[in-house]
Design a protein around this ligand. Structure first.
Ligand code: DC
Length: 218
């Protein structure tokens, strides 16, 4: 079968800058960018807005439509919710929502429906969504470096949060991502590891472009 579209899968730990890299790469290549974490967050937002429990979610999944507008802004039932999905309440519940196998099944099927050239970031893109992706990247960085990045972002909205709290929360999320029974975070065997503890965004982008060139994909 001739390769008509190119898929780049970017997985890895939280706060490693996956979406920054994925967006920049999609921009450079003219590919679609899909933030799958935003899709899980939109489902979590639906649960919060409708006062549902986690147990009730499976029963209402067909009432939840998550998609992207032409500017790639995440929508929940037709409404752009790009800022709402970043709220603290969503952060607190989203990893529980992402554990529900029916939720994963629905969103994975939708993600597999993107047939054009795409850069997709998440936790299970190279292992589950696109096991045949032409390039798989697994991003990591030292926990202290990732916590420092997250801490700097949080200073704007939650200046009261201490660095140690951010670090602990990050380690807890790593544990949950790696240990859930459905589609846990795991490096695909054929993924290239990118440890960006000491790399600038530009250096990371150049590294990925080199990987693509080495494979004659661009
Ligand atoms: O990348 P993020 O923080 O926006 O992801 C939000 C949550 O969704 C996080 O708990 C991990 C989970 N997630 C997932 O399980 N599978 C994906 N493909 C993307 C995100």
């Amino acid at each position: 079968m001739a390769v008509s579209s190119i898929r780049v899968a970017i997985d890895g730990y939280s706060s490693t800058g996956k979406s920054t890299l994925a967006k920049a790469l999609a921009n450079r290549l003219g590919f679609l960018y899909v933030d799958t974490g935003a899709m899980y967050r939109a489902v979590a937002l639906y649960l919060i807005e409708n006062g549902l429990t986690l147990d009730q979610l499976t029963g209402v999944l067909d009432q939840i439509k998550v998609d992207f507008d032409p500017d790639q802004q995440i929508r929940l039932n037709g409404r752009v919710v790009a800022s709402e999905i970043r709220h603290m309440e969503v952060n607190q519940i989203v990893s529980q929502v992402a554990k529900i196998s029916e939720v994963r099944k629905k969103l994975v099927e939708q993600q597999q429906g993107f047939t054009q050239s795409v850069v997709m970031d998440g936790r299970d893109i190279g292992t589950v969504v696109f096991p045949d992706a032409q390039l798989k990247i697994f991003m990591t960085a030292k926990p202290e470096v990732r916590a420092q990045r997250r801490f700097a972002e949080l200073q704007v909205t939650h200046p009261e949060v201490a660095f140690e709290e951010v670090l602990e929360n990050l380690k807890m999320r790593d544990f949950e991502d790696e240990n859930r029974s459905v589609d846990p975070l795991k490096k695909a065997e054929d993924a290239m590891v990118l440890d960006n503890s000491d790399l600038s965004p530009e250096e990371q982008l150049n590294w990925v472009i080199t990987q693509l060139q080495d494979r004659n994909l661009v």
